[in-house]
Structures are given as structure tokens and as C-alpha cells.
Design a binder for this molecule. Sequence first.
Ligand SMILES: NCc1[nH]cc(CCC(=O)O)c1CC(=O)O
Length: 308
Amino acid sequence: MHKLIIATRESQLALWQAHHIRDRLEALHPGLAVELLGMTTQGDQILDSPLSRIGGKGLFVKELEQAMFEGRAHLAVHSLKDVPMDLPEGFELVAIGKREDPRDAFVSNKYKSLAELPPGARVGTSSLRRQAQLRAKHRGLVVDTLRGNVNTRLRKLDEGQYDAIILAAAGLKRLGFAKRIAACLSPAESLPAVGQGALGIEIRAGQAEVAKLLAPLNDPITAACVGAERAMSRMLQGGCQAPIGGYCVEADGRLHLRGFVADLEGVRFYHAEAEADLADAEALGQRVAADLIGQGADTLLAELIQRH
Ligand SMILES: NCc1[nH]cc(CCC(=O)O)c1CC(=O)O
């Protein structure tokens, strides 16, 4: 095999990620040519309503899977955060790249940190998870939805529509906007989304030759951490329609997973955490999910999903 084709969305972030994987593959395998096949997905077309309302799993991945199914591409590179917990039959995640910065970032032209914001300040963010945590911890703020790709969000801030915005540090750094970050929020301030900051590589199941070329891109520790996070999220079945956070770290062969489920107002707020050996990532995720469900998260999630 001497050519691989990557199906990719055409947002700047998606293109950066696809180019990044192309460069790594070409460096790993001299003689291998890697090409990009750009395409537009449903998620790219619907720009005016919050993702949580559009619903539908895999809004950003279906067209890419179609291209792989038809043999027009061999792989797709995703922000793991955007990948549904259960892939369609016949597809698999074969490699998880080493996680970069998993934190949320505070971006503002006027203020240096969340703590500096005066009561009534307007904060824009795209995710229910960030909204719920902001509302829970900073009662006086006006928290509002903010959509669009990273460039659009920064433009809306610069136009004065918001006093500050919160977005993923990884996306900003990848696109060369690290300087715009006023402060990174610690996981205690804003627990990241499941998979945030990691790249996932998807292929059609059973493509052994392709899988072998991609294997060196897999980072086993990141894979275990996001495996625990995704097992938790899968058991909670919240999708994008509920404020859910999940973040796992590894130290000395032990995994430590924290998770939360909240309502949109950040009033009902359930936390859970647990530890396990590296080999027990899946069970760890299920244990934390079961703890959250035991506290009442399942009732809350059912209510949230009904509202849509
Ligand atoms: N939902 C969009 C999205 N998907 C991945 C990232 C950032 C990069 C990452 O988390 O890997 C972003 C932007 C954001 O949330 O600010």
C-alpha cells in the first residue's frame, strides 16, 4: 500500500488535524503518499442553531464515513470530542493520538480571568457543559450560546457581542491562536468534555493493512484515559443534549476519572470520581457512570432529553 486518503471536513481546525496526521504518517512511512479529500458535513451547514438543539449523533462524521464506505477514502481524523460513543456498524477507532491540552480556555479582550468579570458580564460558549459549570460557579454572569467555527467565535468576541468567551484550548493552539488565551481553566474550574484535546482516527473495520500503518499513531495512555471517559458517557447516554463532563488522568499506571452531570442552570449538579488500574479503563468509566446514576443523573438526563 503506497497511498492513503484522509476524508476531512474543510473547517480550519479539521484541515489542521488532517494535515497533522498526514505529516506524521509520511514521516513514519517513507514512500507513503497521503492525500486529503475535503468535504462538507451537515454539521458544517447548520450554523445558526445550538448543536444541542439540532441533535442527531455524528452530525460531523456521517459524510466522512460514507466516503470510507464507498472506498473514496481510507481514514478520517476527528476531534475525539465530536465522535459519537457508538460508531456505526462496520467502523472503528483504530488509533487515539497523544492528548494535547484538554482544558477550556478563557478568552477576553477586557478581562484576564473569570474571577475578574463583573456581575452581568456576558460570556459566550458553545457547549451546555461549559454553560452549566459557569452558571453553577459564577452566579452573576449572563451566559449565552455561541456557535460557529473558532474564527467566527473570536470575531463575535472582537465585535463586542460578548465580554468573554470560553472554548477549547486545544483548538485555539492548533490554529495559532494561543496568544488569545487569557487564562486556561483548571479541570476543577471547568471539567473538560469527554475526549477533549485528543484526536481519533477512524477506518472501516477489518482494513488490516491500513490499521497497521496507523498503529504507531496510537498513544496507549491517552487511549486508556479516553476509553474510561467514553465508557462513562456511553452508559449515561447523554449525547450533546446534556451538560456532561468527563476527564481521566493517568499516574504510575493508575487511572483517575472524574465526571459530572448537571442541569442547564447548574443548580442540580452531580459529581463522581474513582480510580482503577490502566487495564480497567472501561470498568472505571462504568463505575463512575453508575455512581452518577445512583445520585439521580438518569432522571435529570431523561428530563433534559424530553425537553428537546
Ligand atoms: N465542538 C467543536 C470542537 N471540536 C473540537 C474542538 C477543539 C479541539 C479538541 O477538543 O480536540 C472544538 C472547538 C471547541 O470546543 O472550542
